[in-house]
Design a protein around this ligand. Structure first.
Ligand code: CU
Length: 169
């Protein structure tokens, strides 16, 4: 009788101990995924911090080679004044309803930008002059790479009063 009582109290002690261990391991195993999750959470920003220096390092490159967008809207060129680095490309994209023909000043000869001129539009040089050489429909674009430094005025050949300026540094 005494022995069985003891056995019972020993077994309850063990159950309590196992229960305590369970709680402890439960706590530990609960904390561990949190610490893993926090590691993952701290690991997640690190790729972003890895990629952001990559973005930063690509910025100086972008200054040299990226494409700048100028929208051709029904109210004109947007933005109408831009400053870029030599070697950068400007993409003139028509997002308006009317046809647009971006071209170097001075209308109608288009020869302000070195090497350009509307007379070259029908020649093999048409792809390398600051002149779309045709009206762009909505959604169409004309891209030109500015290698000459200076302030270059341009206009819409189909609406010469619509003007813009590209300053190449
Ligand atoms: Cu013109």
């Amino acid at each position: 009788m005494k022995y069985s009582m003891r056995k019972e109290s020993v077994s309850t002690f063990f159950i309590a101990l196992v229960g305590l261990l369970f709680l402890l391991t439960g706590c530990v195993s609960k904390e561990q995924p949190i610490s893993v999750a926090s590691e993952q959470a701290s690991a997640q920003p690190s790729p972003t911090t890895v990629s952001s220096p990559a973005v930063q390092s690509s910025l100086p490159m972008e200054r040299e080679s990226s494409t700048i967008l100028v929208e051709l809207t029904d109210s004109g060129f947007s933005p109408a004044f831009i400053t870029i680095k030599a070697g950068q490309t400007v993409k003139f994209e028509n997002n308006g309803a009317a046809k647009r023909w971006p071209a170097s000043d001075v209308h109608p000869v288009h020869s302000s930008y070195p090497g350009s001129g509307i007379r070259k539009c029908k020649t093999a040089a048409s792809g390398s002059i600051f002149d779309a050489c045709r009206g762009l429909d909505n959604g169409e674009a004309f891209a030109f790479t500015f290698n000459e430094k200076g302030t270059w005025h341009y206009h819409d050949h189909l609406d010469p009063g619509t003007k813009g300026t590209v300053t190449v540094e």
